[in-house]
Each structure stands twice: as C-alpha cells, then as structure tokens.
Design a protein around this ligand. Structure first.
Ligand SMILES: C[S@@+](CC[C@H](N)C(=O)[O-])C[C@H]1O[C@@H](n2cnc3c(N)ncnc32)[C@H](O)[C@@H]1O
Length: 310
C-alpha cells in the first residue's frame, strides 16, 4: 500500500471543498498518478511541495481547480450497463408519454455527464424512437462539474476505442461521421443537448417548461464518490429538481440506502428511484402500506400507475 504523504489532509480538503469528493488514504497512490503533470509544471518534486503551494501560493485558487480537475474520474461509455436504457424504453417512456400527453413536453437531465457518452446515448435512443415522439418537445440537459469534461462532451469527438465501447455498428454509422482516427457525433444528436458546467452541490437547475422540474434525471456513478454530507446534499437537490412522478436513475453499483424519506426503489429496475411524495399531491391515490405488499406499493409510487387489480 502507498504511504499517504504528510500533506494528505491538504489534498483531502481541496477535493472535498471544491467538489464534495471523499478521499481516503488508501487512494493516495492516485495523487502521484494524476498530479505528476501539475507537479512538473509547478516545479514541485514532491506532493508535499505541491500541497505547500496549495496553501500559500498567490495562485492557489487556480491551482486548486487544476488539482480537482486532474483528480476527477471521467470513466464512461455509450449505453453503459444497457438495462437502464432498455428499461427507459420499456417502462419509463411509455409511462411518461401517458402522464404528459396533454403537455407533450419531456425534460431529461444527465447530471454527471463526463465526456458525453451518457447524454448522447439518450439522444440517439430518442431520435431512433422519433415515431413515438411526434409532436413532442424533448429537452436534454447534460452537466458535469469538470470544465474539461463539458468541453469534451460538447465537442462530441471520440476515438475508435471509445466508440467501440457500447455502440453497435448500426448506431455508429447512423449517428457519427468518421474523420481520420476520430468519430464525430452528428449535428442532429449534438444539437438536441444543452451542455453546462454545474456541480451537484449547487442549487437545482430549472428545467425548461412550466413546472421547472425534470421528468428523468441520470446521476449515475457519481454519488459514490461524494463524502457523506455532500452526498446527502446532492440527493436532496436531485429530489428538488425532479418532478413528483419523475424517475431518478443512479448507477447499478449504487444505492439510496438511508434516504427512504426521499426516494423509493423500483422493484424491477435496479438503480431506478421514484420520489416519495410526503405532503405533495399525487396524480393517483396511493393506498396505505397495509393494503399492498412492498412490490405493489413501490410500483404504485413509481410512475404513479394505479396498482393492478386482482
Ligand atoms: C465516473 S463518471 C460517470 C459518468 C456517467 N454518469 C456514467 O455513469 O457513465 C463521474 C463524473 O462525475 C463528475 N463529478 C464528480 N463530482 C461531481 C460533482 N460534485 N458535481 C457534478 N459532477 C461531478 C466527474 O467529473 C465525472 O465526470
């Protein structure tokens, strides 16, 4: 195991203060791996020397931003985990098409979009289902705390290796053009997304439209990196951003355990959560717990579909 540098607490605090990230001593090998360019630029031979600059240098605020950028993990790929996308198609979209039939407006937010693979996957899928969405307005927001990631996502250029991760040949040829060793996402797909730099620790963005709430929020593989307090803050923010009958989708390896007052897990779709309504009015009356088993109750809450009659 790498021995953490004496200055470990400085790095821990910088990451937490700027992005809410938790950082444990066992991960300190990442400091050397990811900060070597910055150390070379700053002429720092050791992590302790860099930490000293983070505390005392006149440009410490700029340096902090660079350190946080370098430490963020942007691992992502197209149609990651598959199931969320098939579940959207099978359950969530048909439900929302019914629930929003009068308004014909859908707002989706990819809240930690990394290099753009997640929002582009959503956009491609929606374009492929165009026939089901005739006459609808669909707004897609993609955001990330990382400036570099948002710029990259907005550019929509990927290597051969990246497009091979998750994209079928059919989708690649339909939605991308090749330029030498790069694959560039089509204008149609790119223009269907609005990109912005935003932290999960900021107040919620307003979704376009009358309600200002999102119908679907993807916040996958990001909450697991946050310290407990910041994770709670982000989950509360996501609840405020989501429509009462909306769906929050987190990563397959994540849970919202401990937040039962805010979200209920859908029994059939791993990683899919519906808001708990509290005092807010619900489109469909949800029977008290005693009258339904756990699965039926969660189904009744999810998408506010009335429970099946037996
Ligand atoms: C591992 S990637 C996940 C990308 C995508 N959601 C997926 O599942 O493939 C995590 C992303 O979360 C972003 N992130 C980390 N902390 C964040 C915060 N406080 N607010 C918003 N984004 C954050 C990182 O910059 C990174 O791009």
């Amino acid at each position: 195991m790498t021995v953490p540098p004496a200055s470990f607490p400085v790095f821990e605090q910088v990451l937490r203060r700027n992005a809410g990230l938790k950082f444990s001593p066992e991960k300190s090998y990442l400091l050397t791996a990811r900060l070597s360019d910055i150390m070379a630029r700053e002429g720092c031979a050791t992590l302790d020397a860099l930490a000293e600059r983070l505390v005392n240098a006149p440009h410490r605020h700029v340096l902090e931003r660079h350190v946080v950028e370098a430490m963020l993990n942007h691992e992502s790929f197209f149609f990651r985990d598959r199931t969320p996308f098939t579940e959207l198609e099978a359950t969530v979209y048909p439900g929302l098409r019914g629930a929003r039939a009068a308004r014909r407006h859908l707002s989706i937010w990819s809240a930690a979009c990394a290099g753009g693979q997640e929002p582009y996957s959503l956009a491609m899928q929606l374009i492929e289902q165009q026939a089901d969405w005739q006459g609808w307005r669909i707004d897609l927001l993609a955001s990330d705390i990382s400036h570099a990631a948002v710029i990259r996502a907005e550019k929509g250029e990927y290597s051969q290796f990246e497009v091979q991760r998750g994209l079928s040949i059919h989708r690649l040829l339909r939605h991308f053009t090749q330029d030498a060793d790069k694959w560039i996402v089509s204008k149609e797909v790119r223009d269907s997304i609005r990109f912005e730099r935003r932290s999960l620790l900021q107040p919620p963005p307003a979704a376009p439209g009358r309600t200002g709430k999102f119908d679907i929020i993807f916040a996958r593989n990001v909450l697991m990196y946050l310290a407990a307090e910041e994770k709670a803050q982000a989950i509360q923010m996501l609840r405020r951003a989501l429509a009462d009958d909306g769906v929050l989708i987190i990563g397959a390896a994540e849970t919202l355990f401990g937040y039962a007052d805010l979200f209920v897990q859908h029994p059939a779709c791993r990683g899919f959560y519906a808001p708990v309504l509290g005092d807010a009015p619900s489109a469909v009356e949800i029977p008290p717990s005693g009258e339904l088993n756990e699965k039926e109750r969660a189904e009744a809450v999810f998408l506010r579909a009335p429970p099946a009659t037996h």
